[in-house]
Ligand binder design. Structure first.
Ligand SMILES: [Zn+2]
Length: 781
């Protein structure tokens, strides 16, 4: 699949289904202070909290009722905020805290903040994990469902100016209809069931025509058997590529790290071979289940196509091949490190590396006029070795591998009853026990397929200009704070610090939604953006293919134009955020700027503890183990003197060791360690983000005294509430199977570790709760 090089630093991991077009056209398989610290209230009457919180909720309802009925503002004194939103915020915080007096904030802050949250929330059978952010996502999903299942309406708050012309109004409606047709097609489970596996089998047949076992020769006599594995190989890989799938190799199109206004093509191995991690290929139980799944699916295919094949031998052949591919694939931490993956090669060099797969022919097919001066080969070793492996593999196994890629990746786009073995495999790997309700799948599908149109309707219901302005202000505060910190560090070279401060102020901040590429407030822009996509109300599978093929084509077309810096990688409803090193930009979709992480109507320590820490996290990525390599213009270059690099490395190593000490438990009771190297960038970003957010808030509080929340007097100070707001962002539940998968593949630490590690390193936290310093205490920014 065409995908970005691994350079988007997200706040959260993304769910990566193999075929997962992001609507911008690229496919992708997600912190010292000076406070007057009150003594820690270690004897908070926590047992009383739940009942008290319930009372507050009740009070909130009453207060809210009064406000609605009388349309008057609730009382607010300088020191105590009693608005409905404040009452709501206070109740939800108190409702989340542990009720166990034995749990002390200095000993286990995550349990202190999330104790009751965890006892009050359970995973649905179809969920592998949930957290406070997924509760926000849940509310957004409900809003989107109402949009998709309702009638087209022009809101009074519309972000689209429709009065200008009637053609604009009719385009807006046409865009909505496209969305609704797509949703209807996805929801038509009867039709999807009736078609069964057929849509995928049609593709399987096409693929077999491209990469046959025996040539269907028009000449008389016996069909000729193609020799070896190379005949038709490149065409088969290109065929999969057009469907957003990576067979043996993959391509990425993104800004050149050393020339960020120019696009560059990268050549890489598949992001996921089949199973999700190298470790899974070494796990006998997983391999056994995976092999039997492949075998069962081939049995189903053979029965439908009247074939007589040995499915056991084929499935074992595929798994043996995938094991070999897994061995030569990059380690996760190297795949995230530009110093490892940035390997420019000329086309001639690539040809020498890849004698069997004709890379040039694939480029010519998708981008006929593009002549690359160089490609970025993320792992030359992989490309070289995969060419050897292909030649050593029997042709029927290579064909079966291609077919399996297709079937496995598109299995979520057909009737689930026709792919039961795959559904069972996924349940085993993630610990889930059921499929999500269909409407959930379909809302998500619309976000993936037509996300900018969906975003236009989401914004209208869940975002405002005031929210955008407040978000902007918070980010400017974080930038100022970060710059101040950089100027004060005794280990950071003073000349480099000047450049670093310039880099901070150069960071582009994108908030809420895009107004270019496409402009979601313009029906014309949206209409043009999706012009190539055909959506019919009775063709779910074909709709998906149309989206994938259109955006695959658009992605390749980008090679002949300068990088469009206006594009976004996340749709407006997305509950996530990212930093993009070559673009030197931080991006916050409206989806994450929601209560309780972000609100205009609560004291600022709540939004600074949560949202500003997120903003600080993204900004810190500009100076983490990856981002630090990019200069003020987004160029990958060495711009720090060696002494500063050495000091940075020393401090970074502290984080590596600290986080490697955390362990999680596998379903069989084994302990595995967090990968301190893989999670380094994210852990640095968490630490820097929280420190910057706290200092930024303290300045605001000094200028404009924030009121208290009801019920907090004698329980939690404002400083403590700042950290509670932070910690609550990461209250979470996860199945053991999914946790193992995350530790192996996700550059983020587990959510509970993000709370414990980050607060243990934050001087302001230790002061706010009067905690002793535990060694090691790691600090960079
Ligand atoms: Zn991040």
């Amino acid at each position: 699949m065409v995908q970005l090089a691994e350079e988007r630093e997200r706040l959260l991991p993304t769910t990566d289904e193999e075929t997962h077009p992001v609507s911008n056209g690229l496919t992708n398989e997600a912190h010292s202070h000076d406070s007057k610290v009150a003594k820690v209230k270690q004897c908070i009457a926590k047992n009383g909290i739940t009942a008290f919180a319930a009372t507050l909720v009740a009070v909130g309802i009453v207060v809210f009722g009064v406000v609605v009925l009388t349309n008057k503002k609730a009382p607010e004194t300088a020191d105590l905020c009693m608005t409905p939103t404040c009452v709501h915020a206070a109740a939800s915080i108190l409702d989340s805290l542990s009720t166990n007096d034995e749990v002390k904030p200095c000993d286990n802050f995550e349990e202190f903040v999330c104790g009751s949250w965890k006892s009050q929330h359970d995973l649905r059978a179809d969920q592998r994990e949930m957290n406070e952010m997924s509760l926000i996502d849940e509310r957004s999903t409900a809003i989107l469902r109402h949009v998709l299942e309702g009638e087209y309406m022009v809101s009074d708050q519309s972000i689209v100016s429709l009065s200008a012309s009637s053609s604009t109004a009719s385009l807006d409606k046409a865009n909505f209809n496209k969305l609704r047709d797509g949703y209807s097609a996805c929801m038509d489970e009867d039709l999807i069931a009736k078609r069964g596996l057929e849509p995928v089998l049609e593709l399987v047949n096409e693929l077999k025509g491209i990469y046959p076992l025996a040539e269907s020769s028009k000449a008389k006599g016996k069909p000729k058997k193609p020799e070896g594995t190379t005949q038709g190989l490149t065409d088969a890989i290109a065929y999969l590529q057009e469907l957003g799938l990576a067979g043996f190799i993959d391509f990425g199109i993104s800004a050149d790290d050393k020339d960020p206004d120019t696009p560059v093509l990268s050549l890489q191995g598949p992001r996921r071979i089949g199973l999700r991690s190298k470790e899974e290929y070494k796990d006998d139980k997983v391999v056994e289940k995976y092999t039997s799944t492949i075998s069962a699916m081939f049995k189903i295919i053979a029965r439908k196509q009247g074939l007589d094949i040995s499915t056991e031998a084929l499935s074992e052949g595929i798994v043996a091949l995938e094991k070999e591919l897994s061995k030569i694939s990059m380690d996760e931490e190297d795949a995230n490190d530009p110093l490892h993956y940035y390997n420019p090669r000329t086309l001639a060099e690539v040809k020498a590396l890849s004698p069997v797969i004709d890379v040039e022919a694939i480029i010519k097919r998708f981008s006929p006029n593009y002549i690359p001066s160089r490609l970025i080969v993320t792992s030359p070793e992989y490309i070289e070795k995969v060419n050897v492996i292909i030649q050593e593999t029997p042709r029927d196994v290579v064909q079966a591998y291609f077919i399996w890629k297709l079937v496995y990746a598109l299995s979520n786009k057909v009737d689930q009853g026709s792919v039961t073995p795959i559904v069972e495999l996924k349940d085993m790997l993630q610990g889930t026990k059921a499929q999500p309700e269909r409407w959930r799948t379909c809302v998500r599908t619309m976000d993936q397929d037509l996300g900018w149109i969906l975003g236009r309707f989401f914004i209208e219901k869940a975002f405002s200009e005031e929210a955008k302005a407040f978000g902007d202000r918070i980010i400017y505060d974080i930038k100022d704070q970060f710059s101040e910190t950089l100027g004060k560090l005794d280990w950071f070279d003073s000349e480099a610090a000047k450049l670093a401060i310039k880099k901070v102020h150069n960071i582009v901040q994108k908030i809420g939604y895009p107004d270019q590429s496409p402009n979601i407030t313009s029906p014309v822009s949206l209409h043009e953006y999706y012009a190539g996509v055909t959506i019919l109300a009775d063709a779910f599978f074909e709709n998906t293919l149309s989206v994938i093929k259109t955006f695959n084509r658009k992605a390749w077309e980008k090679l002949s134009k300068p990088i469009d810096r206006a594009e976004w990688d996340m749709t407006p409803p997305t509950v996530n955020a990212y930093y993009n090193p070559p673009g030197n930009e931080i991006v916050f979709p409206a989806g994450i700027m929601q209560f309780p992480i972000f609100s205009l109507d609560v004291p600022e320590y709540i939004s600074y503890g949560a949202f500003a820490a997120v903003a600080g996290h993204e900004l810190s990525h500009a100076f983490d183990s990856t981002g630090r390599h990019y200069d003020i213009n987004g160029n990958l270059t060495d711009w720090w003197p060696q002494t500063t690099v050495d000091e940075f490395e020393k401090r970074a190593q502290c984080f590596v060791e600290q986080y490697s000490e955390f362990t999680i438990e596998t379903p069989s009771g084994e302990k595995i360690h967090v990968n301190g190297k893989l999670t380094l960038g994210e852990n640095i970003a968490d630490a820097g983000g929280l420190n910057a957010a706290f200092s930024a808030w303290k300045k605001r509080d000094a200028q404009n005294h924030n009121p208290e929340l009801p019920g907090m007097k004698g329980r939690l100070t404002k400083e403590q509430l700042f950290f509670v707001s932070y910690g609550r962002t990461w209250c979470s539940k996860i199945r053991k199977e999914a946790a193992v998968d995350r530790v192996r593949t996700d550059p983020h630490s587990p959510a509970w570790v993000r709370v414990l590690g980050t607060t243990a390193n934050a001087p302001a936290f230790l002061e706010a709760f009067n905690c002793p310093v535990k060694k090691p205490r790691c600090e960079l920014w």
